[in-house]
Structure formats: structure tokens, C-alpha cells
Ligand binder design. Structure first.
Ligand code: FMN
Length: 461
């Protein structure tokens, strides 16, 4: 019988930022803005030898019923500022930032990531997201914005253009020879010209080739087009499927697309978001998981969540009472703005019908229904149970690792670092020491070859 070699697990830490995974009201919770929170979080992840720290992004404060939705934790500092500051207080940890391809410009973003890669000595990664909504677009120069069907045409051209810029230096241009008085060997350093549907730019890129050649590229987005974009161009996917069945299906689907682009399975890592409830015993962990869900879904949160589907003001309803007997208001959702989850309910009438049936069958109140239908903790159990679950999902090709989202910020990773990580190390499936210095080293990804000057023009346009 041939045995498959054990896969090494990749682990990362997601600083939750704006969302209600975070239980901000827990006495153990700290600030989401102060630098000390980011430092403590990053240093725990690095002590645990994690691959990287991950920041998501939201470019406008969410609103509900015309007011700021303050049950999400309000406020989110700028990604590059946070990651650059963290580069100075960490040594090995990768630094992954989510940056949108709809609302930005390739020159600016490429310059920021190349700079972060230099400042961190090769630890930068870019999660390319394509959120396009007009509400967010109002914060930007051109307002309103991009038709939904164009989100990936722009993303593809954006990434291809940024790649041209990263590749516009081959790394040998700076000679800085005081004897001959020559600083640059090649007077064409950084020259680029890109002409396409979304971008028509020409000039000089002003950051020399960075330690990783290019930052590691992540993709998050689950449509067929999103998966194709990832298969063509990403090094890793920030995914949402962290169960055996869904994970295997997603993994096989996305890895199956790679040969079309001349790529091998190990060139694209699948890293779903995962939450956890850890306690000394499985029974205690189940109890904790239940308590965490009750804290995450307060009565007010339950009503707000229901409003996403109903697209109506439901503030008069009792969260401990039955579901509203009115139907959702069809048409454009105007009650909740800036939330991706609103877009997931493509058929609100069908969703409402299913929820009513479920609530009636199980006698659930609004709050209980929301708890039952929204995300549960991915890993629940004692350290041994959680280590086993993580390892078995990875070995079964449901994922290559996980991006962990603790419900307490910034210290919610401590228990995991102290108890689960050593068990994974004992099994020989997770590193005990960093063996490389760059994020590409941690993820087992090659540094991209330098493209000869003649081939640097973007292929996607
Ligand atoms: C797991 C996951 C995480 C995401 N995180 C973000 C984020 O932090 N910021 C953001 O603007 N969009 C985020 N998105 C939204 C995607 O970039 C994308 O706009 C959206 O999913 C629509 O693309 P799709 O139709 O391919 O899914 C995320 C999507 C997924 C699936």
C-alpha cells in the first residue's frame, strides 16, 4: 500500500476588524485601532510560527436603515500603515493586506506593495478583492462605479498591470559604483507602458525589484469568474469552505482549473477562514461555542441580520418572538449598505420561506433562527480534537491550511498557540521553527523568474 506523504499545514491569523465575529463586549477584548492590539496579535502569531497575519478590508462604514451599523466594530485603520508598522516589530511573519482592484490604481498599489516587500524583507502579500458596489464607490473620485460584470475584467487587467510594474526592474540595475560614478547600470530601469481597456499608463516604476520579486498574491471571491481568476494568477485563495465536503469540492474544482494555465496544484494554496472554540474538554468547548454564538448574535444583531433579507425596518419586532409575518420587500436592497452578506441572498423570498419553515419546525425565535443559520465555529473541542480536525481536513485535501479568526481581539489566539500548535508540531505537520525568511519560503512558493524586458507587457487587457 502506498502512503501519501504528510502535507505540511499552513496557518495564518486574521485580525477580524470590522465584523461581528468579534465579541467587542467581552471584558477580555481590546481596541481594534490602537497599535498595541496589532502588535500583541502579530507577536502571538509569530511566536506560534504562523505563516502570516491577514487583514481584510472595508472601504466604507456599513450602514443600516440610514445609520452607521455600530454593532459591527466601527473603524478600520489603513492596511499599509498597519502592515508597515508591524514589519518593524516582527521578523518572520508574512503580512497580507486586502486591497481592492475596483477603487484603486495599479501604479499606487504596486508601489505600496513593493515598498512593503522591501521594508519587511520579503514578507508582503496582496489579497486582491473585487467588491464593486456603488455605495462604497461614493467614497472615491469617480463615484458610483463599476458594473458588476466588469469587476473581474478590471481585476485581471489591474493585476497584470501591477505585475508589469513589479517586473519593470530585474534587480541588477543599481550598481552604485563610486569609482566609475555610475549609480544605475541600466538607464531604462523601471520603464513600462501599458495600454488596455481599463488602464492606459506609461512611465517609470520608482521602486526597484523587491525581495520576493513580487508580493504573494491572494484572491477572495467565489464566483466561477473569481475561481478562474485565482487559477490563472493567484498564489493562494482566501476561501470560505472549511468543512470536509464543501472544502474538498472547492479544492478539487479550483486545483482542477490550474492545468489550463500550465500550473501545478502546489502553485495555488487553498486557505479558508476558520473560527474556533477551544476548552480543556470537548464538552466544555461545545458550551463555550454556544456562549460565543449568544454573544455574537445579540437580540439587536439578530433583528439587523433579518433586515438584510427582509429589506425592511424590523426594529419593532421582538428578537425572542416569532419571525415577521410580512414578506421581504423585493428589489434593490436599500436597508443594509456595504455588506457582502446582503448580496449572498439573491432570492430573499425563497430564503424567508425556508427560514419560516425551519423556525416553525423547530420552534425557533428570531434570535435562535439567526444563530442556527449563520456561521458556527469551524473547530470546536479540546486541543487534541481541534488539532485532529485541522490535520484531517488538510490531509484529506479539503484545504492546505487555515486562516484563523479568533472571536477575541487581540489575545484570542493565545490558547491556540499554546495548546493546538504543539500538538500539530508533535505530529510533524507544522513547523517548529521558521526555515526561511520570506513569506514565499513559508508557503513553499517559488520566487517568480525575471521576465526579459521584451516580455514584460501585460498579457491581459
Ligand atoms: C472569503 C471571502 C473574503 C472576502 N473578503 C473581502 C474583504 O475583506 N474586502 C472586500 O472588499 N471584499 C471581500 N470579499 C469579496 C470579494 O472580493 C468579491 O468582491 C465578492 O466575493 C464578489 O466576487 P465573487 O462574485 O467572485 O464572489 C471576500 C470574499 C470572500 C469569498
Amino acid at each position: 500500500m502506498s502512503t501519501k506523504p504528510l502535507k505540511q499545514i499552513h496557518l495564518a491569523a486574521h485580525f477580524p476588524g470590522v465584523n461581528n465575529t468579534t465579541v467587542w463586549s467581552d471584558p477580555a477584548a481590546g481596541s481594534h485601532i490602537e497599535f498595541d492590539s496589532f502588535v500583541r496579535f502579530a507577536q502571538t502569531a509569530e511566536r506560534a510560527k504562523f505563516d502570516f497575519l491577514f487583514l481584510a478590508e472595508g472601504l466604507r462604514l456599513r450602514e443600516q436603515g440610514g445609520k452607521i451599523y455600530d454593532l459591527d466594530v466601527v473603524g478600520r485603520p489603513d492596511t499599509f500603515t498597519v502592515l508597515a508598522a508591524l514589519a518593524a516589530v516582527t521578523e518572520h511573519l508574512g503580512l497580507t493586506g486586502t486591497i481592492n482592484s475596483t477603487f484603486n490604481e495599479p501604479y499606487e498599489v504596486a508601489r505600496q506593495f513593493a515598498s512593503l516587500d522591501h521594508l519587511s524583507e520579503g514578507r508582503a502579500a496582496w489579497n486582491v478583492v473585487t467588491s464593486w458596489d456603488a455605495f462604497t464607490g461614493e467614497n472615491f473620485r469617480r463615484g458610483g462605479f463599476l458594473p458588476r460584470e466588469d469587476r473581474y475584467t478590471r481585476a485581471r487587467e489591474f493585476l497584470a498591470t501591477a505585475t508589469e510594474l513589479f517586473d519593470s526592474w530585474d534587480g541588477t540595475e543599481v550598481t552604485a559604483d563610486p569609482v566609475s560614478g555610475t549609480f544605475l547600470r541600466d538607464a531604462r530601469a523601471g520603464a513600462f507602458a501599458h495600454q488596455g481597456r481599463h488602464f492606459d499608463i506609461e512611465g517609470r516604476f520608482n521602486v526597484p525589484r523587491s525581495p520576493q520579486g513580487r508580493p504573494v498574491v491572494f484572491q477572495a471571491g467565489d464566483s466561477d469568474e473569481g475561481r478562474e481568476f485565482a487559477a490563472a494568477s493567484a498564489d493562494a485563495i482566501f476561501g470560505r469552505y472549511a468543512t470536509l465536503e464543501e472544502g474538498r469540492e472547492f479544492y478539487a474544482d479550483v486545483k482542477g482549473r490550474l492545468p489550463r494555465y500550465g500550473r501545478r496544484p502546489e502553485e495555488l494554496l487553498i486557505l479558508p477562514a476558520a473560527t474556533f472554540a477551544l476548552a480543556d474538554t470537548d464538552a466544555q468547548a461545545r458550551e463555550l461555542a454556544h456562549e460565543v454564538r449568544r454573544s455574537q448574535v445579540s437580540g439587536a444583531t439578530a433583528i439587523k441580520y433579518l433586515e438584510h433579507v427582509w429589506n425592511r425596518d424590523l426594529s419593532g419586532y421582538d428578537p425572542d418572538g416569532p419571525l415577521p409575518d410580512v414578506d421581504p420587500d423585493p428589489g434593490e436592497n436599500t436597508i443594509a449598505l456595504g455588506r457582502a452578506s446582503v448580496r449572498q441572498f439573491r432570492d430573499p423570498l425563497a430564503t424567508a420561506r425556508q427560514w419560516r419553515e425551519l423556525a416553525e419546525a423547530k420552534n425557533l425565535s428570531i434570535r435562535e433562527l439567526v444563530i442556527a443559520t449563520t456561521a458556527k465555529q469551524t473547530f470546536v473541542g479540546s486541543p487534541a480534537t481541534v488539532a485532529e480536525s485541522i490535520n484531517s481536513l488538510v490531509q484529506a485535501d479539503a484545504a492546505d491550511g487555515f486562516i484563523l479568526v479568533p472571536h477575541i481581539t487581540p489575545d484570542g489566539l493565545e490558547g491556540f498557540a499554546d495548546t493546538v500548535v504543539p500538538l500539530l508540531q508533535e505530529r510533524g505537520v507544522f513547523r517548529s521553527e521558521y526555515t526561511g525568511t520570506t513569506l514565499r519560503d513559508h508557503l513553499g512558493l517559488d520566487v517568480p523568474a525575471v521576465r526579459p524586458a521584451g516580455e514584460r507587457q501585460a498579457t491581459a487587457s
